[in-house]
Design a protein around this ligand. Structure first.
Ligand code: NDP
Length: 234
């Protein structure tokens, strides 16, 4: 479709699959990567989203190659699980600064181009666990729930500029992030998942592509669960 697309955390997992899918659609795709490198056909631009200024610099590099960004996907995220009493300030902050502040820095950088163009698609990658709550994840759930407030505030700010802002809330998806989950925790989570299986990255990609598409032109401030039914809507 030849749009200028920017994805954070595009070197692996959901971000790499999202970037590859847009590229396969014919978009000009840049993906930020802190380590590794993004898939073939995707321009890699280095950024650690927790370092002030880095993601903005990466997005500007992407724009120098592809033109003003039209679709931005804030995907970079981490977990640092620990019961609240044993969670340090650093473990809390690290997750907030990656998943929440990093997403804000990404979107703000994209708005410099989207506002004057009076069009754009913003997709934030949250998590169904942000709404359900999850033991050991006060940091992660706080950040992921925060993305919804962010998206809905931005939807109000940007609606009259033709920019939509939406949230994808994956459930348990098979990536490096969920690989360390114990068998017992996975069984518990699958019992809470009506479809009874983990999701595939392609299933998240489909939702992101839809929210970024022309067909989604009247959807903003929405939370789209891609979760097999764990967390059915908010
Ligand atoms: P992965 O662990 O496979 O990938 C995480 C990505 O985020 C990597 O590219 C990683 O880069 C990047 N990243 C982490 N920290 C930073 C940072 N400081 N700066 C830049 N990039 C960073 O996870 P997923 O693909 O599964 O997760 C992608 C998103 O989906 C996350 O926001 C996650 O919270 C969310 N999600 C995932 C679910 C799942 O079940 N997998 C469920 C719900 C939501 P690097 O390789 O350098 O570490």
């Amino acid at each position: 479709m030849n749009r200028s697309v920017f994805v954070t955390g595009g070197n692996r997992g959901i971000g790499a699959a999202v970037a590859a899918a847009f590229a396969a659609d014919g978009d000009k795709v840049a993906a930020s990567h802190r380590t590794g490198s993004p898939p073939d056909g995707v321009l890699g631009v280095h950024a650690d989203v927790t370092v002030p200024g880095q993601v903005e610099k990466a997005l500007r590099e992407a724009e120098a190659a592809h033109g003003p960004v039209e679709v931005v996907v804030a995907n970079a995220g981490i977990t640092r699980d620990r019961p609240a009493l044993r969670m340090s300030d650093e473990q809390f902050e690290e997750v907030l600064s990656t998943n929440l502040t990093g997403a804000f820095a990404t979107v703000r950088a994209a708005l410099t181009s989207m506002l004057p163009a009076r069009r754009g698609r913003v997709v934030l990658v949250s998590s169904a666990l942000g709404f359900l709550g999850s033991p050991g994840q006060t940091n992660y759930a706080s950040a992921k729930a925060g993305l919804v407030g962010m998206a809905r505030s931005l939807a109000w700010e940007l609606g009259d500029r033709g920019i939509t802002v939406n949230v994808v809330a994956p459930g348990i998806i098979e990536t490096d992030m969920t690989a360390p989950l114990s068998e017992r925790r996975m069984e518990d989570l699958m019992r809470m998942t009506p479809l009874g299986r983990p999701g595939r990255v392609e299933e998240v990609v489909a939702a992101v592509r839809f929210l970024a598409s022309e067909q989604a032109s009247y959807i903003t401030g929405a939370v789209l669960p891609v979760s097999g039914g764990i967390g059915m809507g908010h």
